[in-house]
Write a protein that binds this ligand. Structure first.
Ligand code: NAD
Ligand code: DAU
Length: 338
């Protein structure tokens, strides 16, 4: 099989490509990535020679139809896995426009190019955030109504609905996966876990929004990638699949776990002004994916977080390189207001 993976230089896309190349010796992967601030070709460096020969990187925008149609033909693409997106909620609050440009317009252009070239399978990667927020009980399921609360989640919900429309209107073979919060190697240090690792390692205050009791349902990135692989191989067209890992933790629990593993004092925690529209709780019901796809997460948070922090410790150079000028500009202006 020849697949086009978009956004493969980001956190989850890179982990997915590594998994796929390692597990399917006869698959070829073309990675289309615009290389925004979050995209880093280094995330795929050091592939074993045999895998590198089956991997092609192309820098470009999913919204560029001439480019994507050309790639579909040149590489005889069978399937698309669309990870490319603007992905950070705080940035979407600061400046929503790029989120709608890539996540909505870009996805629509990619769907249209794939439809024109009769691509046989299109997996669109989405998020639990499209469902909005939960009270103290219950979990999101695939039929939970969409109720996004941030510009990021509104843009993701819009792209999910475009996928639905392409299936219903054109019979286009697209399916959507929705996952909870990922953590693991190669995550960009604007997201909670790598950011708190950086701050704690430098003995700097750890900025916790609001009361720190917002709950996220953490899943190790390779478990999410396994779900996407199963959806690609076995998923039903037009269907939505939720992935999670029963990993509910509030932010204070996550942050104190990181401090404890690193041997740093809890006094580094600094409560700061809350994120506007901050969803209180996410929890993913993934029984449908268990039954239909055979999906089972493998990692527990306790061991996954240790493995993740070990990876960051062993990859200090990677961490230093991704904190370039544009990273610092956004971080300085966002946290100055908190
Ligand atoms: P990321 O920000 O680390 O990576 C996004 C990648 O997309 C980057 O490499 C970037 O350069 C690329 N990109 C952005 N705009 C592009 C464009 N117009 N054309 C081509 N490439 C472009 O994001 P991530 O955390 O790896 O998330 C990947 C996907 O998974 C996103 O769709 C996100 O909504 C979804 N998701 C993320 C999580 C999570 O916890 N991180 C959970 C559920 C779903
Ligand atoms: O749920 C899936 C989503 O998870 C994905 O769709 C998004 O792409 C991904 O970024 C992530 O969104 P969150 O907003 O949940 O992740 P983030 O790491 O930004 O924040 C996690 C929690 O930590 C959230 O409650 C906000 C809080 N937080 C975050 C930062 C960056 C803090 O308290 N302080 C911080 O500095």
């Amino acid at each position: 099989m020849q697949i086009l993976v978009t956004g493969g230089c980001g956190f989850i896309g890179a982990n997915f490509i590594r998994r796929i190349l390692g597990r399917h010796a006869d698959w070829r992967v073309v990675n289309l990535d615009k290389l925004t601030y979050a995209g880093n070709p280094d995330n795929l460096s050091g592939l074993p020679q045999e895998q590198a020969e089956r991997y092609t990187f192309v820098q470009g925008d999913i919204g560029d139809r001439e480019l994507t149609e050309g790639l579909f033909e040149e590489h005889r693409i069978d399937a698309v896995v669309n990870f490319a997106a603007e992905s950070h909620v705080d940035r979407s609050i600061h400046d929503p426009a790029p989120f709608f440009q890539t996540n909505v317009m870009g996805t629509q252009a990619l769907l249209e190019a794939a439809r024109a070239k009769k691509i046989e399978r299109f997996v669109h990667i989405s998020t639990d955030e499209v469902y909005g927020t939960l009270g103290p009980d219950g979990k999101f399921v695939e039929t939970t109504p969409l109720a996004p609360n941030s510009p990021y989640s509104a843009s993701k919900a819009s792209s999910d609905l475009l996928c639905r429309a392409y299936f219903e209107t054109y019979g286009f073979p697209v399916l959507v996966t929705r996952c909870s919060n990922n953590y693991g190697p190669y995550q960009f240090p604007e997201k909670l876990i790598p950011l708190m690792y950086l701050k704690a390692s430098a003995d700097e205050p750890l900025p916790v929004y609001g009361d720190g009791l917002n709950v996220r349902d953490w899943i190790y990135v390779d478990d999410h990638c396994k779900g996407v692989e199963l959806a690609l191989l076995k998923g039903k067209e037009g269907q939505v699949y939720n992935f999670g890992s029963d990993g509910e933790k509030n932010n204070l629990e996550v942050v104190t776990t990181i401090l404890d593993i690193l041997g740093k004092p809890h006094s580094l925690i600094s409560f700061v002004k809350d994120r506007p529209g901050h969803d209180r709780r996410y929890a993913m019901g993934y029984g449908f994916a268990q039954r239909e796809l055979g999906f089972e997460p493998e990692y527990e948070f306790a061991s996954g977080i240790r493995a993740t922090l070990d990876w960051y410790r062993a990859n200090d150079e990677w961490m230093a390189r991704v904190q370039d000028g544009s990273y610092r500009t956004f971080m300085d202006s966002w946290y100055k207001e908190r």
